[in-house]
Design a protein. Structure first.
Length: 290
């Protein structure tokens, strides 16, 4: 039963990793951009939530109502200015620009916020409570909520891309930018919408991580980006549902590694990541959604 409990915990933590990876996967699927600042953007979402809660005193679970629209607007503006200028040059330029953006964000947070760790909703019942299944399995309400949010976000994005007007425009631009432009579609505007969605999911990931653990200005590059990238590669670059599968596989691998040897938790996940990269570089699910 100990192994069953570990696997369940791994599956649930996979929901958090899927939230990490969603925006990264979406931006690659639509714009072919690997955003190296993605983890730092999630941390900005966490710090924005800290500020919103301090000013408005709203519950942590409702902080996303203000944080997500702010991050979406920031994503649209950043895409239409900095990222689009880089894309107009080359994909390699976007790697350099997003790396530079990551460095700027991290150092700005260190300068203006400080290097201390923060958390969201400490002492809140939903963060500390859990319920038993049998005698040896315990499920945390927070992890179950995060997993449910990840599924809802991915299902909502899938529906949006499949059924909505802007979703179809995003898919059209992702498939053939030149043909879409000849049809009168402003691909820059569509890219801006995709970036806004990606930044929104990054904000949700940052809030979720802040509720699950502590974060600091360096957490974006040290933790979130690495887990997000691993989940995206395992699941399949550009595949929305692949991010959930990749996150679950990564979480289960870490849980099993920790059970075998407490110091091998992260090593086990990265071994699986490397194995998938070598044996099935397209990921476990081939790109279909975008």
């Amino acid at each position: 039963m100990v192994w069953v409990n570990d696997i369940i915990q791994g599956i649930l933590i996979g929901g958090l990793y899927a939230l990490f990876a969603t925006g990264l996967s979406l931006m690659f699927g639509v714009m072919k951009v690997i955003n190296l600042a993605h983890g730092d953007l999630a941390i900005i979402g966490g710090y924005l939530a800290v500020g919103v809660i301090a000013v408005t005193h709203i519950p942590v679970l409702w902080s996303f109502v203000l944080v997500v629209p702010l991050m979406a607007a920031g994503g649209y503006v950043l895409q239409r200015t900095v990222l689009q200028a880089a894309l107009d040059r080359s994909v390699l330029t976007t790697l350099l620009v997003t790396f530079g953006l990551s460095v700027v964000i991290e150092n700005a947070l260190l300068q203006f916020v400080n290097a201390n760790s923060h958390s969201l909703g400490a002492g809140s019942a939903i963060i500390t409570s859990s319920f038993p299944i049998g005698s040896q399995i315990t499920v945390a309400y927070l992890l179950l909520l995060i997993f449910a949010v990840a599924v809802v976000v991915l299902a909502g994005l899938q529906y949006f891309l499949s059924r909505s007007r802007y979703g179809r425009l995003i898919r059209a631009v992702a498939d053939d930018r030149e043909a879409a432009q000849l049809s009168g579609i402003s691909y820059r505007h569509v890219f801006g919408i995709a970036a806004a969605i990606a930044f929104s999911t990054a904000a949700l990931a940052g809030i979720a991580y802040g509720m699950y653990s502590q974060f600091s200005p360096t957490t974006g590059t040290d933790t979130i980006l690495l887990f997000a990238f691993a989940a995206v590669v395992i699941g399949g670059l550009g595949s929305l549902w692949g991010t959930l599968l990749g996150g679950v596989v990564l979480g289960v691998a870490q849980a099993i590694g920790a059970q075998i040897n407490g110091s091998d938790e992260f090593l086990a996940g990265y071994i699986v990541f490397l194995a998938v990269l070598v044996l099935r570089p397209q990921g476990l699910i081939a790109r279909r959604e975008t």
